[in-house]
Design a protein around this ligand. Structure first.
Ligand SMILES: [Zn+2]
Length: 246
């Protein structure tokens, strides 16, 4: 294939744009801001789960404590009734003995229940503290996620801007190339996965960094300046300049 020697030089500008676009695509894929958003969102989820667990615990303890307090009331009322029966003076000696024995067991029961209420109150305090910690943690993680999202969006917008700029620059260069040369460049680019052309500098293909051997060098040296020559190693179009070492 033949293409004007000066037109071939433009392939280097095209390759530069492709390198820039590849780097931008890589940056978008590996953006640390994306990982930061995911980490913050994960922390937020964990705190939200802890919050639900703490809320459930607080509700359960409240219910249990109310039940215990009701039991304490029942025992107190029963004891008061027994006591007023004794105080009324109308009970027989046998009844009084039985009532006094019941009062003793009611007192033990009440004391047990009150101990349990205290224990529940302590557990409730612990659960309350856990709930507050989970709520605060979640709020903090949410704020952190929002901050990370903003940073990620800024970075993505920056990448989108640069990409648009380089795409426009590439289109401008491509518009100055003949269709067959551009088609060849694009075909080679698809094969290398990077660029379709490279400069030959000091006898070395700058695409694959392999130095041309004597036979290849002679072939390139003897080729017409308008002939399109390619690297035998990587397949790129070799663009010859004054620095090619020919
Ligand atoms: Zn090469």
């Amino acid at each position: 294939m033949k293409a004007d020697h000066f037109e071939q030089q433009k392939l280097l500008a095209l390759a530069d744009e492709d390198v820039a676009l590849t780097q931008l695509a890589h940056r978008r894929r590996t953006l640390p801001e994306v990982a930061a958003v995911e980490a913050a969102a994960e922390a937020e989820r964990r705190f939200a789960e802890a919050e639900v667990r703490a809320e459930t615990e607080v509700r359960d303890l409240d219910r249990e404590q109310k039940r215990l307090e009701a039991d304490v009331d029942t025992v107190r009322q029963r004891a008061a009734r027994d006591q007023s029966r004794i105080d009324s003076g109308s009970a027989t000696a046998k009844e009084i003995t039985s009532l006094q024995s019941e009062l003793q067991s009611l007192a033990r029961r009440q004391s047990d229940l009150e101990d349990q209420v205290l224990e529940f109150m302590e557990r409730r305090e612990t659960a309350d503290a856990a709930l507050v910690a989970a709520q605060e943690g979640r709020a903090q993680a949410a704020a952190e996620r929002e901050r990370a999202e903003q940073l990620r969006d800024d970075a993505l917008a920056d990448i989108a801007d640069s990409t648009a700029r380089h795409e426009a620059a590439r289109a401008e260069v491509a518009a100055g190339l003949s269709a067959p040369l551009l088609a060849l460049y694009d075909r080679v680019k698809a094969q290398t996965g990077a660029t379709g052309a490279a400069v030959l500098k000091a006898r070395q293909c700058q695409g694959c960094r392999i130095e041309l051997n004597g036979r290849e060098l002679a072939a390139v040296r003897n080729a017409d300046p308008h002939e399109v020559v390619r690297c035998e190693n990587c397949g790129r179009i070799l663009v010859r300049t004054a620095e090619s070492g020919l």
